[in-house]
Ligand binder design. Structure first.
Ligand code: NAP
Length: 259
């Protein structure tokens, strides 16, 4: 099998935040399969070890998989975590800001604490981890940062206003990072998943009425699978996208294009 050299990222080192399960886990696996050294992150060290074993098994014997447990909302922990990863594993070529959460509740009932938590987890985390990684990437003159946005970076429905606010802001943070760091050889892009079956969306998948709405509303006629996102990530992580920056690539079965 031959692949175009523009898509060759073998030997690169990648950190994927929030990769103990769900989308981050699938993205980490895809990077390992492409020959990257991968660092998995999450808050639970035991879950991370299990996830790393699964990625190493699927990536073949040669897959180099590491873990780094830290909370992406905690500034000092992020600074220490990135420094430790670079020292132990090596310079980061690729950062995927994937860690995120959902909290579905009517806006009138949304508490201050819940608001702060979702902003910290979905938005501040990308600033903290992105800044820390970029401080090193800029001195080296290259790097790829991919922020996991959402179809809700563009559209919203009742009950998820805070989530949509964080993902809309993450889209603009992506463009801002592109503006500030482009001159240092760093490309920053967003990947915007549509409705993907994971733990985060389990309540929606199990709600037959909602699930049928998703299938009917999506031109592809189905929920997305985590594997559906891997091709777009590999493109945004590879030299094929070296003149692409500040964009959000929606992988949503066409949902954002139709009424
Ligand atoms: P998930 O299954 O709930 O996984 C979330 C991951 O993030 C877990 O590994 C979790 O591990 C980690 N995490 C959460 N808070 C963290 C923190 N403070 N520090 C470090 N790690 C943290 O979610 P998912 O569905 O895979 O979603 C992943 C990303 O895709 C999110 O940004 C989400 O908004 C986005 N997205 C998802 C969908 C979808 O349909 N599923 C659609 C669009 C966008 P620990 O809890 O162990 O820390």
């Amino acid at each position: 099998m031959t692949t175009h050299p523009l898509f060759d990222i073998a030997g690169r080192t990648a950190l994927v935040t929030g990769s103990s399960r769900g989308i981050g886990h699938a993205l980490a696996r895809g990077l390992a399969e492409a020959g990257c050294t991968v660092v998995l992150n999450g808050r639970d060290p035991r879950a991370l070890e299990e996830a790393a074993k699964a990625v190493a098994d699927s990536g073949g014997a040669g897959a180099a998989v590491h873990t780094a447990a830290f909370d992406v909302t905690d500034g000092p922990a992020v600074a220490a975590g990135i420094a430790e990863v670079e020292e132990r594993v090596g310079p980061l070529d690729i950062l995927v800001n994937n860690a995120g959460m959902q909290n579905r509740a009517p806006l009138l009932e949304f508490t201050d604490t819940a608001w702060q938590q979702i902003v910290d987890t979905n938005l501040t985390s990308a600033f903290l981890v992105g800044r820390e990684a970029a401080r090193r990437m800029t001195t080296r003159g290259h790097g790829k940062i991919i922020n996991i946005c959402s179809l809700q970076s563009e559209v919203v429905r009742p009950g998820i206003a805070p989530y949509a606010a964080t993902k809309g802001a993450l889209k603009m943070l992506t463009k801002g990072m592109c503006a500030d760091w482009g001159r240092y050889g760093i490309q920053v892009n967003g990947l915007g998943p549509g409705y993907i079956e994971t733990e985060l969306t389990r309540p929606l998948v199990e709600d037959e009425e909602f699930s049928a709405w998703v299938r009917g509303r999506t031109p592809a006629g189905r929920w997305g699978r985590t594997e559906d996102l891997v091709g777009a990530l590999l493109y945004l992580a590879s030299p094929a996208s070296d003149f692409v920056s500040g964009q959000v690539l929606y992988v949503d079965g066409g949902m954002t294009s139709v009424l």
